[in-house]
Design a protein around this ligand. Sequence first.
Ligand SMILES: Cc1cc2nc3c(=O)[nH]c(=O)nc-3n(C[C@H](O)[C@H](O)[C@H](O)COP(=O)(O)OP(=O)(O)OC[C@H]3O[C@@H](n4cnc5c(N)ncnc54)[C@H](O)[C@@H]3O)c2cc1C
Length: 338
Amino acid sequence: MDRGKTRITVAGAGALGLVIAWGLARAGFRVSVFDPAQANASSVAAGMLAPVFETVLDPDVDGHFHLLMAARDLWPALAGQVGIDLDRRGAMAVGDFEFLTRVTLGISQLGLTTERLSRSDLDAAVPGLGPAFQEGLLTREDWRLEPVPAMAALCKAAQAAGVDFHPGSVRGLDEGDKLVIATGAGRDLIPIAPLLKVLTPIKGQILRAGASGFDGVLRMPNGYCVGSSGGFAVGATMEPGVDDLAPTAEAGMRLEAVARDAFPDLETNFETQVGVRAATPDGLPMIGCTADPNVFLAVGTRRNGWLLAPMAAQIITACLTEGEAGPYAARLDPMRFV
Ligand SMILES: Cc1cc2nc3c(=O)[nH]c(=O)nc-3n(C[C@H](O)[C@H](O)[C@H](O)COP(=O)(O)OP(=O)(O)OC[C@H]3O[C@@H](n4cnc5c(N)ncnc54)[C@H](O)[C@@H]3O)c2cc1C
């Protein structure tokens, strides 16, 4: 394949589409990204790159730890090349004895250790933390980025690598020789890639406010708080089967209660943001070749799209450069979901 002459259309400019477009342009392809510029999940996400806590706290990713960890390990190189700030200080958990025991056990079953945080450690790391939390723990394996600046950095790097961006939806293969579908929970391209039918939308609501003084990631039994100089966020709902973008009062109250549990004296006005994730029936992403040799999928990343984005780019680039000889030549198998 003459890469310089192969035109690749990437449908979708979320985290996956952007990292894939950048990777393909660097591999020598002519890449165009199309997106109607609607709200997307990537820009509202909390930005946690969290193989450990996602494995331990989310029953639906049980058994996916090595995949998530391998994806995380691709981040330092990507962030360095593109100019994304990675916060690699780790993530904390606080909660009652039962929660902390469950988390400690879960992390030890992954072969990892945690650092125990006393109340004075917590006072230093989490100013304003409520008195209910007398101890906590830290894993240094989970990292974080700020999604909106990361997307800006990715767009800039992709443009510098020769990617051109177009407003508007992709309807078919007409724009390029090959099509990479990175449309999140979008369903327009089902006629071209019927496997998209298996995706379930999962609405996620998250509260955002200006910087609160908290700088880090705090996991709790009922949610999480993330903070940096870029702002403070409290997340997030998981509403399977729901794909509207309307904030609800109930979710707002539930998430505010998470924030008040953690920071009882916090005085701030929250804005609710909404994104829709896309999940496959087995919780694993759908990234690779389809029955049509010109159509590739990078979807179904559920709660971990930022974490998985560099791995998606690596797989799609391998599919396109190595073709039938490569390790990813096998088509995505629809029987996986039967
Ligand atoms: C509240 C919340 C918190 C989250 N927190 C985290 C987190 O901490 N860490 C993490 O790793 N993940 C997190 N996620 C999940 C993560 O946001 C998603 O997995 C990820 O953003 C998916 O990226 P994507 O590029 O596949 O989809 P999206 O970001 O949804 O982008 C898809 C894009 O495709 C475009 N599109 C749709 N149809 C077409 C078409 N026909 N043609 C062209 N373009 C089209 C859309 O306009 C959209 O811009 C969170 C999600 C939510 C909702």
